[in-house]
Design a protein around this ligand. Structure first.
Ligand code: NAD
Length: 266
């Protein structure tokens, strides 16, 4: 039986967009389970170095940082190359980096549509495309795409985000089928609302759009469809990711897991 305390010992994981929020929660959970990690994202270099060093120290694993911007043309190529150089391989790929904008379709800025599709969908395609050969050669790979409840159902004013997340779940299913006989699994996780910097920004945007207070936005807008009226946590998303990446996840592939307090049960 695999170790209960370090089920990912010896595995190498890349988590995109892991300098804050859900990605950082995932990096923490994978490191806690014993994996070496490459973190990625944007932000203040000193804060990122403190995050990197803290992860390594708390969990006794190797942690490297690759600061590639995944919206730039060669960003994903640089990330995969530098991550493989840092750790030797990528066994676990978590496509988490994402951005969001809330605006009506008629005034949705086309450049924001392009940017949201580029980061939330195309960057995942490129990362999978480039990491797949290594996984195939080792006959082991775990690909986990952080989609959203908005990959399963829609809300108004989120055209680009909902389109990208639905697309990401479709991509997940295709990769699951292509990897099925190669030891490579692909799954999506679909969080409901998780209180992270991305959602903090949405609270402000929605408060302005609806002309209501932040408290009203949380209860009556964001969590209106989330029946348990509770934000999901980054630790919950992290631990599910670690399970899917772990020794008991081998037969789970092509699935989309809602972690949404019952939202998509409606
Ligand atoms: P966040 O804004 O807190 O973190 C986003 C991360 O992505 C950061 O590390 C940031 O530096 C990085 N990033 C942003 N642009 C980047 C770029 N161009 N290149 C590389 N990295 C970049 O967001 P979050 O709330 O933690 O969201 C993470 C993922 O989870 C996203 O895909 C989001 O759509 C999804 N999600 C979030 C929620 C939620 O309620 N927070 C719900 C469902 C799905």
């Amino acid at each position: 039986m695999p170790s209960r305390t370090s089920p990912l010992s010896g595995r190498k994981a890349l988590v995109t967009g892991s300098t804050s929020g859900i990605g950082l929660g995932i990096a923490e959970a994978l490191a806690r389970a014993g994996a070496d990690i490459v973190i990625n994202g944007l932000g203040n270099p000193e804060e990122i170095e403190a995050t990197r060093a803290g992860l390594a120290e708390r969990h006794g694993v190797r942690v490297a940082f690759v600061g590639a911007n995944l919206m730039q043309a060669d960003g994903v190529g640089t990330l995969i190359h530098d991550a493989e150089a840092a750790l030797g391989s990528i066994d676990i790929l978590v496509n988490n980096a994402g951005i969001q904008l809330v605006a009506p379709i008629e005034s949705f800025p086309p450049e924001k549509w392009d940017a949201i599709l580029a980061l939330n969908l195309s960057a995942a395609f490129h990362a999978i495309r480039l990491a797949f050969a290594g996984m195939k050669s080792r006959r082991f790979g775990r690909i986990i795409n952080i989609a959203s409840a908005h990959g399963l159902v829609a809300s108004p004013f989120k055209s680009a985000y909902v389109a990208a997340k639905h697309g990401l779940i479709g991509l997940t299913k295709v990769v699951a089928l292509e990897g099925a006989e190669l030891g490579i699994t692909a799954n999506a996780i679909c969080p409901g609302y998780v209180l992270t910097p991305l959602v903090e920004r949405q609270i402000d945007e929605q408060a302005a759009a609806h002309g209501i207070s932040r408290e009203d936005v949380v209860r009556n807008v964001l969590l209106a469809a989330q029946p348990n009226k509770t934000f999901a946590t980054v630790d919950e998303i992290g631990e599910l990711t670690a399970f899917l990446a772990g020794p008991f996840g081998g037969s789970i592939t092509g699935a989309a897991y809602a972690v949404d307090g019952g939202w998509t049960a409606h």
